[in-house]
Design a protein around this ligand. Structure first.
Ligand SMILES: [Zn+2]
Length: 449
């Protein structure tokens, strides 16, 4: 990958972050980008060409004429979706060798890489990225996560992830060193490696940050990063507090998926959408929550246009005071999790089902369990019953009382949402998957559409 190219993207992305005086300026800039991008995709993607050949389907210049799609639509039509013809079989063979990673795999012609998004429900989806798009992604990630670079104060960035990404290998330099630590290695080995690297920035999933925080508190890990960044899992308030307490810094967050580099924490501590690269529509879920519908107006090989994510998000209100960092990009208040991290419960009026969002469940469990709670798992078994496990576990004689408290708290939330409360049952702490998949504390019934 061409370093100059990445550097160019890095500088441009840094400039764009605070380049817009207000929302109007940003939105008119976005609109011009979108128009150009949509006409290109409508001409080059066979799937969309056919779509706009149909009568009455509107003009491709208007985003509202484009169909809302999701991972399944894309996967079902992938061969015609792409704007370049690709050997899908060869790509599939590459990805099956690295199931459950989101790594960009090399080996396709013209520097194209393929990544696999392994959902917990539905099929795994392939995401193709061209060399040019990868450089833009790396430049953007550097600008939003590493921010400024200095030869006088070199950065050492430790990535603790499930899979290494060639993105970062290719941009290491004197000012910036990267080390990758494989999450699947034994924890002690990992902690020792981290200590000898002595990182200034640590990037890891919250479940790993939590373990590192405990090691730091117990004085078994002697590292003092200036910044700690959570990725790849929902970052709950209790994890955030533990990490901030142990490392004495404000914890930051990166919201990234196979679909794109979506949001990152700014120097003032707010999580901004990368609105200079993606346009976000909101599919409302009530109470300020929504599913984001993304249009990435830089991605052309595998178009992401009006692409709906299952994640449940809420933003800072539009009328909240501007962010101290100077950017007008919208701020995410909470990433609550995926759609199937919510409990799906029958409606009290007997018509269909509704969602009880993960935030309610988290809060209720921590209130019912009290101060000793370190971790929990909630798994919905069927529309009426939900299993709960705690760590540390409760003595047998206290379990029924805990379940009663939990039921009482959630009864109120369910009544407010017009849902029938489920029955809670005690369950033993589940065996975690050994393949170090994402930690999910709350697992609802699969969302069926
Ligand atoms: Zn900000």
């Amino acid at each position: 990958m061409n370093r100059c190219f990445i550097l160019g993207h890095y500088l441009a992305a840094r400039r764009r972050f605070t380049a817009f005086a207000d929302r109007v300026a940003l939105e008119s800039w976005q609109a011009a980008r979108l128009r150009r991008h949509l006409s290109l995709i409508a001409a080059r993607s066979p799937f969309y060409r056919e779509w706009f050949d149909q009568p009455m389907c509107g003009s491709p210049a208007l985003l509202s004429s484009w169909p809302r799609v999701d991972k399944r639509t894309m996967t079902d039509h992938l061969a015609r979706w792409l704007t370049q013809s690709m050997d899908l079989e060869a790509a599939r063979r590459l990805t099956t060798r690295a199931v459950a990673t989101r790594e960009f795999l090399r080996g396709l012609p013209n520097g194209v890489t393929v990544g696999l998004s392994s959902g917990t429900t539905g099929p795994a989806a392939m995401f193709f990225v061209s060399a040019r798009e990868r450089a833009a992604w790396a430049g953007l990630a550097l600008a939003r996560v590493m921010r400024e670079m200095s030869f006088r104060r070199p950065r050492r960035v430790a990535f603790l992830l499930r899979a290494n990404s060639p993105l970062y290998e290719s941009v290491g330099s004197r000012a910036l060193r990267f080390a990758y630590f494989d999450l699947q290695r034994p924890f002690r080995q990992l902690a020792d490696g981290l200590q000898s690297f002595s990182p200034t920035i640590v990037v890891a999933p919250p479940s790993m940050l939590r373990l590192l925080a405990a090691e730091r508190t117990e004085c078994r890990l002697n590292v003092s990063p200036a910044r700690v960044v959570a990725v790849a899992e929902v970052f709950d308030a209790d994890d955030r507090a533990a990490v901030e307490g142990a490392f004495g810094v404000r914890a930051e967050e990166v919201y990234q998926a196979s679909e794109g580099f979506l949001a990152a924490t700014c120097p003032a501590g707010a999580l901004h959408w990368n609105e200079d690269v993606i346009h976000v529509e909101r599919e409302p879920l009530g109470g300020g929550r929504y599913h984001p519908v993304l249009t990435d107006f830089r991605r052309t090989l595998q178009p992401v246009v009006r692409y709906r994510l299952d994640d449940v998000i809420s933003d800072e209100p539009d009328d909240s005071p501007p962010c101290a960092c100077g950017s007008v990009f919208r701020r995410v208040r909470r990433i609550e999790g995926r759609g199937d991290d919510s409990l799906r419960l029958p409606r009290a009026d007997g018509v269909g089902a509704g969602m009880l969002f993960p935030d309610f469940v988290r809060l209720a469990v921590s209130r019912a369990a009290g101060d000793s709670l370190e971790d929990f798992r909630v798994r919905q078994i069927d529309p009426q019953s939900v299993d709960v496990s705690l760590q540390p576990t409760f003595p047998e004689e206290e379990r029924a009382m805990f379940l009663d408290r939990l039921a009482d708290i959630l009864k109120v939330d369910c009544a407010r949402a017009g849902l029938l409360p489920p029955t809670f049952r005690w369950a033993e702490w589940p065996e975690e998957n050994s393949d170090a998949r994402k930690r999910r504390r709350i697992i609802g019934l699969p969302v069926t559409r």
